[in-house]
Design a protein around this ligand. Structure first.
Ligand code: AMP
Ligand code: GLY
Length: 429
């Protein structure tokens, strides 16, 4: 069986490694993949946004099943295009991917169907947005409507900063047309949880919960990044909270999308904040999270391909989705200077043999003359699992220390906050 995975990051590497466990899969193509993925799949130089090229490749190579992982191709309609030529796919159609593609859409959806989220106003006119900010509660959160490489959210601590943010998004267009409209919303406080879920539009099965570490520096300091590390499960996400989320957020979201004629099939990601007044949706993503996938999939005991095929066939209810009891930690090893300026092109040395509890998922690297060279801000994820979180963290850091390249940088505190929560829970019991 021939599989194609669209995308080129650590998330895609984790998906490919999980798919490879199914012995019926004989060939995996990554479009475009990267120098590290090249060890596990045939990389084809077709960009993730080249919908025509992706579709043509799938037809010409008689691909049996496609996985579209990143937001851009999903929002652009890659799944629609592949389905049109008869290729079965994992991922939402364009009309459902809008749940991530437009924040105005997702906020209005939540309001219409009573799904808990931060209070908000939408503006497509800069004058109205600025005059609203004269009296809006501060701090406030400004979000560009469309996709913005994960950077379209600005938390403004002062009225001046809020106005400046609106100007840079709506006037200077730093995110292009994504900033034609903005959402200005209530600032929420509380621990954040990422919950990825499998859904075929009828059944929804949440995966094990996780915690991202978005800021560049230790103790959540510095700039926001694509994610500097993750742990799973997330200790804040108790069984009671999980039940509440299922009842008030997950099932209502699936229903709402069906009622809107936008049935969602694929991986629906819930970015949640556990506020004093209950869990609220911070964002939806129409895809697997990165680097959440790198800690969630290693804990998946069931076969990923079987689940993805069941989702695509609308038969998720008949399929078993099991996670192990253990914990997992991913330390992202980045190029120093990320997410701003950084140098690339340095040779990466990784341990020759990995233990069965270790994984390295490559995100930003290329092959050159038989060497693996850094080629991005986030270079790779050093991942380890264990029975308990503390051991998983220790193992992931031991692995990160054995990965060498000039100017490498990683946070030293991934999972530390989560560990404190576990310790508090133990003391209480
Ligand atoms: P996003 O790019 O949508 O993932 O948002 C980036 C980060 O901004 C989130 O992970 C939160 O930490 C923060 N954020 C987004 N919306 C809010 C909000 N309404 N209140 C507080 N923090 C927020
Ligand atoms: N880790 C956050 C995201 O994938 O959007």
């Amino acid at each position: 069986m021939k599989i194609m995975v669209v995308g080129s990051g650590g998330r895609e590497h984790a998906i490919i490694k999980a798919l490879k466990k199914n012995s019926a899969i004989t060939e995996i193509y990554a479009l475009p993949g990267n120098g590290g993925i090249a060890k596990d799949a045939v990389c084809v130089n077709i960009g993730a946004k080249d919908i025509q090229g992706i579709t043509k490749f799938a037809v010409e190579n008689k691909i049996d099943f496609a996985v579209v992982a990143p937001d851009d191709p999903l929002v652009l309609g890659a799944v629609d295009s592949l389905k049109n030529v008869g290729i079965p796919c994992f991922g939402p159609e364009k009309k459902a991917a809008i749940i991530e593609g437009s924040k105005v859409f997702s906020k209005n959806l939540m309001k219409k169907y009573g799904i808990p989220t931060a209070a908000y106003e939408v503006f497509d006119n800069i004058g109205d947005a600025l005059s609203y900010l004269e009296t809006a509660p501060i701090p406030t959160v400004i979000k560009a409507d469309g996709l913005a490489l994960g950077k379209g959210v600005i938390i403004a601590e002062t009225r001046e900063k809020a106005k400046e943010a609106v100007k840079t998004i709506m006037q200077d267009k730093i995110f292009g047309d994504s900033g034609n409209s903005v959402v200005i919303e209530e600032f929420l406080e509380g621990p954040e949880v990422s919950v990825l879920s499998f859904t075929d539009g009828k059944t929804i099965v949440p995966m094990i919960s996780s915690m991202d570490h978005k800021r560049a520096g230790d103790n959540d300091t510095g700039l926001n990044t694509g994610g500097m590390g993750t742990i799973a499960p997330n200790p804040y996400y108790t069984p009671d909270i999980a039940n509440e989320c299922m009842e008030k957020i997950f099932l209502p979201t699936i229903d709402a999308m069906n009622k809107e004629g936008r049935s969602f099939s694929g991986c629906l990601y819930f970015g949640l904040m556990l506020t004093k007044s209950g869990p609220k949706v911070i964002e939806y993503n129409c895809r697997f999270g990165d680097p959440e996938t790198q800690v969630v999939l290693p804990l998946l005991e069931s076969d990923l391909y079987t689940i993805m095929k069941a989702v695509s066939d609308g038969k998720l209810a008949e399929t078993s989705v099991k996670f192990s009891q253990g914990a997992c930690c991913c330390v992202v090893v980045a190029s120093s200077g990320y997410p701003e300026k950084y140098e690339t092109g340095f040779e990466i040395s990784v341990p020759e043999k990995l233990a069965d509890f270790e994984e390295i998922y490559i995100a930003g690297a290329k092959q050159s003359e038989g060497k693996l060279l850094t080629a991005g801000g986030r270079v790779l994820g050093a991942v380890a699992k264990a029975q308990d979180l503390k051991t998983a963290i220790t193992r992931a850091y031991a692995l990160a220390e054995n990965i060498k390249f000039s100017n490498s940088y990683y946070r030293k505190d991934i999972g530390q906050r989560a560990l404190k929560i576990y310790d508090c829970k133990k003391e209480k019991n």
